[in-house]
Design a protein. Structure first.
Length: 169
């Protein structure tokens, strides 16, 4: 299983770039993350025949990210902003039978609390960033350093406390 991401550069006309930015914002994602999802979906049919196992894992990863973003937005909408929203989303994923199954598939059908799984580490970082973007937050910092909280018995081992981003002018 290849767990490495490949960085690439694409050139777009400004109107396409701006449209993608708006679409990504509406989806609660960073533009690069949004485009990666679109390209993954576009390649999925070929991948299903070339590498069915990778296709299933990547489908789960896309679904997981979509569900995590929606869950984060719902939590903030219903309960107000919580600096620990990232932890709350991961706890909800673990507690929900369907989301838990999707998570485990996304991390390569390995235990969710396993250390040393590079796919899990990448996905968890990606989900944390997606959650932060989805709820329009910034990391809390002390002297310019993000405030990290260590946790145990969770699918994540640490997370960054968030604060509501200032409203755009």
């Amino acid at each position: 299983m290849n767990d490495k991401l490949v960085a690439t550069t694409i050139r777009l006309e400004r109107s396409i770039f701006d449209a993608i930015g708006k679409m990504a914002d509406a989806a609660g994602q960073e533009p690069a993350d949004y485009v990666a999802g679109v390209l993954t979906l576009h390649a999925m049919e070929l991948l299903k025949t070339e590498n069915p196992k990778a296709a299933k894992r990547l489908e789960a990863e896309l679904k997981l990210k979509f569900e995590a973003v929606a869950l984060a937005q719902k939590l903030v909408s219903e309960s107000g902003f919580d600096p620990s929203v990232t932890l709350k989303v991961f706890q909800a994923i673990k507690a929900n039978e369907d989301l838990n199954r999707i998570y485990l598939r996304a991390v390569g059908d390995r235990p969710g609390d396993e250390r040393g799984n590079p796919i899990k580490a990448r996905i968890n970082r990606s989900l944390g960033a997606a959650i932060k973007t989805a709820v329009r937050a910034n990391p809390q910092t002390i002297n310019g350093n993000p405030v990290k909280v260590q946790v145990s018995n969770e699918y994540i081992f640490s997370y960054t406390l968030l604060e509501k981003a200032p409203a755009a002018a």
